[in-house]
Structures are given as structure tokens and as C-alpha cells.
Write a protein that binds this ligand. Structure first.
Ligand code: ACO
Length: 329
């Protein structure tokens, strides 16, 4: 049998739009308070893209940083995988638009619609293509402008989300380590707990459904909360075991940043102290597909990831989708 090629992350980058929306700003928009938002979610502020700024613009900034660190030229990218639920346009894919911006003219291009798990789905697909020898350099991105699909009159959702982008270059390597394993899963039977009811081909936009604000995110928060904790625990345990590690050998957990209470419950179930868990939800809120790669990039830049250490990534999102990965650096 042909030997599988290993893959490793050779560069990361992230970018968030400069405009900050604080909890105090939100107090002026809906019936809420800074205390409620911090106590129930851990969020203090989030970033908001200006009108006219698309996910491809944010992804472009994050990708340039990741490519520079990896020492990979745009023409050397074989595949662009871009996780988003807020594409620039319904057609074509945002990956296509990014390919043109980067002048990555040799890259195949694909958007991944897996909500908050989009980046981990991308890492998994990238390492599978590298393993079979089809590609050498894959650019994986998670990017969202959730501010454009949130109902700013609905306090149940508008306080939670933010905009941003994170990118990673995944490259073939002869070395041991790198991406040790990935795990992906989903459950479409629970789709209605977190969805946008209209705007697709089955229920196109009409004056009436826009008037009813059905083209925005609708979420049953407490149900999503319970599923998120359970699924992320399962996904993290599954992949840690599959690659032959124990919880004590995990140096850093980078979970999807949806709610500080979800993150703390997850850490407790995995028996990991919070100083081994990366948290930046206070500054960005939930940026869906961008959340894990922004956190990963920040953790690397802060020197929290040392050579030889083991990092677990885990995410859960609309669909439901969930997934995990273990990386040895
Ligand atoms: N300010 C003040 N009060 C609020 C606000 C707000 N912003 N939002 C809700 N409330 C009220 C509710 O109306 C409710 O009032 P009531 O009891 O009078 O009806 C009360 O607070 C409690 O509401 P709950 O929904 O029970 O609050 P909960 O503790 O569950 O927190 C939250 C809500 C933060 C949304 C939480 O459920 C959560 O984080 N869920 C998970 C979200 C998530 O993980 N999403 C991941 C995927 S996202 C993606 O894929 C794009």
C-alpha cells in the first residue's frame, strides 16, 4: 500500500475588521445589559465589517499573513478551502473570489458550508488530499460577516455574533507529527434549532418573509447550548483517543468560541484546567467558522504553542456539524 503523506500547518494568519461594537453600544439598540451579556456569554465586544466589506476581503488579509509565514507563493497553492455561512454572493463561491484576489491561479476552489465547524472540516479535507498525494499546499480559511445575517432587533441573537477571518496553510511534510488526526460529524435532524428559514431555493425571499425578518439567524439557544457541550466533548475525546494520547498529554485546547459557559463546561468534562484552554470570546464574540482559526493564530503569536506540543481543536455549529483535530507542532 502507498504510504500516506503527513501534513502540517506551516503558517497562520487572522484579521478582524477594526470597528468595535461593545456591550454598551448594544444597550442602546436592544433591551439588554453589559452585565447580562458578560455573565451569560463572556462576550464584551465584537468586530463589525463596514457595509461593502465582504468575507473575501477579510479572508484576503488573513491569507496574506498565513502565506507569508509559510513562505508559500499564491501560485503554489493547489487548493483553497473556505469555510463560511456568509458568502460574498450566492454565486460564485467566495473561494473563487479569494483565488482571484490572491492571484492563486493554480488553485482548485471550494466553499465549505459547515457553520462554526467549517475550518475544522477544511483542515480534515486538506489533510486527506495531502495524504493521498493529490496536493502539496492547501489554504484553509474560516471567515464570516455574521453581522449581515443577524436581526439587530433580536436580543436573543444579536449580542452573540461578530465578524472576522482566520487562515492556515497546510502543507505536505516528510516529518512526523503535524496534523495527527481529524474527526468530523453531523446531525441534520436538529437543523431547525439554528437556521435561517428563508432565502434559499426552497424558500426564496419574498416581501412578506423579509417583513417577518425570517431571512435572519433564528436560534433556540438553550437547546443549542446542551448539544454543543455534548458534541464537543465527544469529538475531543474521540480524536485524543484515536491518535493514542491521553487528556494529560494535551498542552492546549482551542475550542470554538460560542459561549464562555460552554467552554468551561467542556474543559471540566475533559478534565483540562482553564489555563490549558485558549479563550478570546470576550473580544470577538462568536465568529462561527472564523473562531477556531483566529484563536489558533493568536495562541501561536502569543507563544502558547511550543515545538513538540499537542493542540486539540474542536468546534460545533449549525447543521448540526461538529469536528475535532489534534496537531503536534
Ligand atoms: N439580554 C437580556 N436578556 C436576554 C438576552 C439579552 N441579550 N437574550 C435573552 N435574554 C433573556 C431571554 O429572553 C430569557 O428571558 P425569559 O426567561 O424572560 O424568557 C432569559 O434571558 C434566559 O434566556 P435563555 O435563552 O434561557 O438564556 P441562556 O442561559 O440559555 O443563554 C444563550 C442564552 C447565551 C444564547 C445561550 O443559550 C447560548 O450561548 N447558546 C448557544 C449558542 C451557540 O453555541 N451557538 C453555536 C453555534 S452558532 C453558529 O453555528 C453560527
Amino acid at each position: 500500500m502507498r504510504k500516506r503523506t503527513n501534513s502540517k500547518i506551516t503558517g497562520t494568519g487572522s484579521f478582524a475588521p477594526p470597528r468595535i461594537l461593545t456591550n454598551y453600544d448594544l444597550e442602546k439598540m436592544v433591551e439588554t445589559s453589559d452585565e447580562w451579556i458578560i455573565a451569560r456569554t463572556g462576550i464584551r465586544e465584537r468586530r463589525i465589517a463596514e457595509d461593502g466589506t465582504g468575507p473575501s476581503d477579510l479572508a484576503f488579509e488573513a491569507s496574506k499573513i498565513a502565506l507569508k509565514e509559510a513562505g508559500v507563493e499564491p501560485e503554489q497553492i493547489d487548493l483553497i478551502l473556505l469555510g463560511t455561512v456568509t458568502p460574498d454572493y450566492p454565486l460564485p463561491s467566495t473561494a473563487c473570489i479569494l483565488q482571484d484576489k490572491l492571484k492563486a491561479k493554480n488553485a482548485a476552489v471550494l466553499d465549505i458550508v459547515a457553520a462554526c465547524s467549517g475550518f475544522i472540516y477544511g483542515l480534515s479535507i486538506a489533510s486527506a488530499f495531502i495524504a493521498i498525494g493529490q496536493y502539496k499546499n492547501v489554504l484553509v480559511i474560516g471567515v464570516e460577516t455574521l453581522s449581515k445575517i443577524v436581526n439587530w432587533e433580536d436580543r436573543n441573537t444579536c449580542v452573540l455574533f461578530g465578524d472576522g477571518a482566520g487562515a492556515a496553510v497546510v502543507s505536505a511534510t516528510e516529518e512526523e507529527g503535524g496534523i495527527l488526526g481529524t474527526f468530523l460529524s453531523g446531525d441534520g435532524s436538529l437543523a431547525n434549532l439554528l437556521h435561517i428559514p428563508v432565502g434559499g431555493a426552497k424558500a426564496p425571499l419574498t416581501n412578506e418573509n423579509i417583513h417577518l425578518k425570517q431571512h435572519y439567524i433564528s436560534m433556540q439557544g438553550s437547546e443549542v447550548f446542551k448539544s454543543a457541550v455534548r458534541a464537543m466533548e465527544d469529538a475531543a475525546e474521540h480524536i485524543i483517543q484515536k491518535v493514542g494520547l491521553s487528556s494529560e498529554q494535551i498542552d492546549l485546547l482551542i475550542p470554538h468560541q460560542a459561549n464562555i459557559r460552554i467552554i468551561e463546561a467542556l474543559a471540566k468534562r475533559l478534565k483540562l484546567p482553564m489555563d490549558k484552554v485558549y479563550v478570546n470570546i470576550d473580544r470577538y464574540g462568536n465568529t462561527s467558522a472564523a473562531s477556531v482559526p483566529i484563536a489558533l493564530d493568536e495562541a501561536r503569536r502569543k507563544g502558547l504553542i511550543k515545538k513538540g506540543s499537542n493542540t486539540v481543536l474542536v468546534a460545533f455549529g449549525a447543521g448540526f456539524t461538529w469536528g475535532s483535530a489534534v496537531i503536534r507542532w
